[in-house]
Design a binder for this molecule. Structure first.
Ligand code: ADP
Length: 462
């Protein structure tokens, strides 16, 4: 039986006034950098403003991209850093910061090894939009990656007794002679904490209406998949001490978000990666479902505001555990036959039937003449029952953020590092260009979270 683990944040009474490094945020980037810093002998502290730990990382569902991994070889997939780089670069509109992208694509395999050494096993593979190779690593339980990763990282935080305080919001970075010397934070009172290094791991601003209004007012009416704490605090903190922000208008709208309930639930790309198709209100396909998020979103928008339906069968459902959750909370329509499903979602029965027949034929001959889809064609849609999820685009991820170099040092307007200030994860800008590829955000938190922990050590002890 799986052991039960529940994490208890540290009691505020135990907060000290001095640490080697203050890590702001308890998502993938914050937890990874804390563990790495601790393993190098530093004493880190993690400060989280919400009472729920894990940030948007807990919501990630598809997996973690990496190339040339031992997991890929176990699956007889021979990949290359260069292909990972090029596919991400093309997917990002060739706007990705080459320095960051090079480091990122060349360190994913080490990050997979590091996770493996920490009993975090991502030994199954899937694929996401814009990629040509199976390089999205996920647990073989097929559980959504985010919750799994955060839980497993928290086990190490607990094991190492790294202090992690929740309900404490960092409001200012403290500097002396242009060097970071600590933070000001607010819990039930204002608190000053000293440290010669700070890691911003505060995530993005997908739920930050003020920043969206400033940079992308056209998106203000859209829902968001983000947790309410994703308000871009780290960007504002960094800017106040002279950091440069990059690509701030590059906001990713995720194409497949169920939003007919009060919440907006992202339906992970793995559903399409494992074989689902998208149909319009007339039951017809209208796009290569595994094109980049940007292009699939555009195609859904072009339908004129109706949204679209993801269509899949039991064999696809078996490959994505998150679907059990989607169904549990009432997001999935079911039909014992395709006709019954068509009736439930009110699309033309004959049209849906012929769409699925055509698609199954395309899967069989591995040639999608209609939309040129080349991936996610391992299985067709033929095993009852059949399922549909109504989706529409929603604000999902902010590609812009604090300027960093590949050492995660935060840069000022003159591209010079701000001494003692580091950033990792969604708070940092530039890696993804104008479109983030699915599976690259979790990878970014682990690759650059580790790097931040290492670079802080070098800064303090080197
Ligand atoms: P990443 O994927 O880059 O690790 P996440 O969104 O998963 O980012 O996590 C970022 C975390 O940082 C969230 O839990 C968020 O609530 C927290 N956070 C954001 N701003 C602050 C702040 N000012 N003080 C403390 N924690 C913050």
């Amino acid at each position: 039986m799986a052991e039960k683990f529940s994490f208890e944040p540290t009691d505020l009474k135990q907060l000290k006034d001095n640490y080697d490094v203050i890590i702001i945020g308890s998502g993938g980037a914050g937890l990874t950098s804390a563990i790495q810093a601790y393993e190098l002998g530093l004493s880190p502290v993690i400060l989280e403003k919400m009472d729920k730990l894990g940030g948007n990382t807990t919501r990630a569902s598809s997996g973690m991209n990496a190339a040339e991994t031992f997991v890929q070889l176990n699956h007889k997939i021979v990949d290359s850093f260069a292909d990972f780089y090029n596919e991400t670069f093309v997917g990002g509109g060739k706007m990705n910061n080459p320095e960051l992208l090079k480091f990122f694509t060349e360190h994913g395999a080490l990050a997979i090894d590091w996770l493996d050494q920490h009993d975090i096993k991502l030994d199954d593979l899937t694929i996401t939009g814009g990629m040509k190779t199976m390089r999205t690593h996920r647990p073989s339980s097929l559980a959504p990656i985010g919750g799994y990763l955060v839980t497993e990282l928290l086990k190490y935080i607990a094991k190492y007794q790294i202090p992690l305080f929740d309900n404490i919001k960092v409001t200012d970075l403290l500097t002396d002679n242009d060097q970071i010397v600590g933070v000001k934070a607010f819990s039930n009172r204002e608190i000053k904490i000293q440290a010669k290094a700070v890691v911003l791991a505060t995530g993005g601003f997908g739920a930050g209406k003020d920043l969206l209004a400033q940079y992308r007012s056209d998106l203000l009416n859209l829902r968001t998949t983000n947790q309410p704490g994703a308000t871009g605090d780290g960007l504002k903190l960094a800017q106040k001490v002279g950091a440069k922000l990059v690509d701030m208008d590059q906001v990713q709208v995720h194409p497949t978000v169920q939003q007919d309930t009060p919440h907006a639930f992202l339906i992970g790309e793995a559903v399409r990666g494992e074989g689902a198709i998208l149909v319009n209100n007339s039951g017809q396909r209208f796009v290569n479902e595994l094109d980049t998020r940007k292009n699939v979103t555009q195609a859904i928008d072009d339908l004129g505001g109706t949204g679209a339906y993801l269509i899949f069968d039991q064999s696809i459902r078996n490959r994505v555990k998150a679907i059990e959750f989607y169904d549990h909370i009432g997001l999935v329509e079911t039909g014992q036959t395709l006709s019954a499903l068509a009736e439930t979602i009110k699309v033309d029965i004959n049209s849906l039937q012929s769409t699925v027949n055509n698609w199954n034929q395309a899967v069989k001959i591995k040639n999608d003449q209609d939309f040129g889809r080349k991936t996610g064609m391992e299985r067709d849609i033929s095993e009852a029952p059949f399922f549909a999820i109504h989706i529409a685009p929603a604000v999902h991820y902010t590609m812009g953020g604090v300027a960093i170099n590949h050492q995660t040092q935060v840069l000022d307007e003159a591209n010079q590092p701000i001494a003692g200030l580091f950033a990792a994860g969604e708070v940092a800008g530039g890696l993804h260009g104008n479109n983030r590829i699915g599976g690259n955000s979790i990878a970014e938190t682990v690759v650059f979270g580790r790097q931040a922990g290492q670079q802080v050590y070098k800064y303090l002890k080197g």
